[in-house]
Each structure stands twice: as C-alpha cells, then as structure tokens.
Design a protein around this ligand. Structure first.
Ligand code: 5GP
Length: 208
C-alpha cells in the first residue's frame, strides 16, 4: 500500500519572526544564553532570536556559530542509504570545545521532526566539550562542566513519536508545536508573494 501523501503547511517569514519574538522572553529569563549555535538553515531563526535577546539581556555582543548537518539533503560523499537515515556533518565549529566550554549554549534549528538531527548535534557538541575538559585540571574541569549547558530552541516541533532522544533534562523550547505536517519554509521558495498568500490560507484553514 502506498504511503498517504504528507500534508504541507506553508509558513511565512512574519509568522516565524513572531513565534521567535514570543518565545525569547522565556528563554532570556530561564536560560540567558551566551552563545547561539545555529544548525544549517537554523541560521535565520538564530539571527532573529539574537535581535530579541539583545533587547532583553545585557549580552549585546551575543555571537552565533554555525554547524551544518544534513539528514535529507544530499551532501558530498553521502550514499543513497544515508539520505533520510543518517545525519551527516557538512560543517563544524573549529575549536568547538574551546568555544563551548563554560558557556550556556542555545542550539537553534527551524524544526524538530524525528529529532535525529538535534540528538546528533547535542551528542557531538558534548563530545567536543568532554575532549576540551579532559585537557584541564580536575578542579577546573569540574567547575567548567557545571557551568557548561546545552539547550535547544526550534521554531516548530512536530507532535509525533521521536526516533532519537535528547540528554535528560536538556532545556527545550519550541515556538509552536504542530501535527505531523511537512512545513514549507519561506527561504525555500522562489516566489515569496505566492508563498505568503498560500501561507495565509493554510493558517486560516488550521484555525477552522
Ligand atoms: P529531524 O528529522 O532530524 O528532526 O529533522 C531533520 C531536518 O529535516 C531538519 O533540520 C530540516 O532540515 C528537515 N525537515 C524536517 N521536517 C521538515 C519540514 O517539515 N519541512 C522542512 N522544510 N524541512 C524539514
């Protein structure tokens, strides 16, 4: 039996901007990150969140670092079997451990679907943190380990069974939780006016 077609839901830039605006005060209050790590196209949401965090906190020089991870999009050297099954690194932080140690790090992505990407990102960042801590004295490592925190913000979370887990207790915020829809993002479009019209219709239909 053929799988049922996935229902698409189109999202506008303004909706994304407003979801981030609404989520940021809680994140500023509960976590107050001193570094944002954007996953791939999560760079756009991270950049918007930086605007609101700078407004709400004292951290005016908040920086964004980017990592590239691919689950569905073919990347150089990826086999057919890997596409859609395995998360592959396409870009990573240089000196990741040094950049992360002692920091409250907010990992930002646009969507949490199966959770494989977020789970992979956190476990790989943690490996870099552990490797850096192994170079420090036991006292310094213990202090820095307690200070280093990884958390997550996604614009959209999909309410569905997840195929991978996050470390227990990881602070996690989502702008909005939707059903198992395929989200069409504005940055993937060539005709943004058409997309915006369709996004407005999709939003109206969802509310009905
Ligand atoms: P994961 O399944 O690991 O949670 O999501 C992996 C990646 O798949 C996301 O970072 C995103 O690039 C892509 N993805 C998952 N669901 C959607 C969706 O509904 N729309 C779009 N455009 N990309 C998605």
């Amino acid at each position: 039996m053929a799988a049922a077609p996935v229902k698409h839901f189109r999202v506008s830039y303004n909706d994304i901007h407003n979801l981030i605006r609404k989520a940021t005060p809680t994140i500023a209050k509960e976590f107050n990150p001193d570094l944002l790590v954007a996953i791939g196209i999560g760079f756009f949401p991270a950049r918007v969140m930086r605007t609101f965090l700078r407004e709400l906190t004292d951290n005016k020089s908040l920086t964004i670092q980017a990592i590239g991870l691919s689950l569905y999009e073919p990347a150089p050297g990826m086999s057919e079997e890997q596409i859609g099954n395995e998360v592959v690194r396409t870009q990573w932080l240089s000196d990741a451990g040094k950049k992360l140690v002692g920091k409250r790090v907010l990992v930002v992505d646009e969507v949490d679907d199966t959770r494989k990407t977020l789970s992979y990102a956190l476990s790989e960042l943690q490996k870099d943190i552990d490797a850096e801590l192994a170079t420090r004295s036991p006292e310094e490592a213990a202090k820095l380990r307690a200070e280093t925190k990884l958390s997550i913000f996604v614009v959209h979370n999909k309410d569905k069974p997840k195929l991978a887990q996050l470390p227990e207790g990881t602070p996690y915020w989502a702008g909005e939780t939707l059903g198992d829809l395929w989200l069409d993002y504005p940055w993937e479009q060539t005709d943004i006016e058409e997309h915006d019209k369709a996004a407005a219709a999709d939003k109206k239909a969802l509310k009905q």
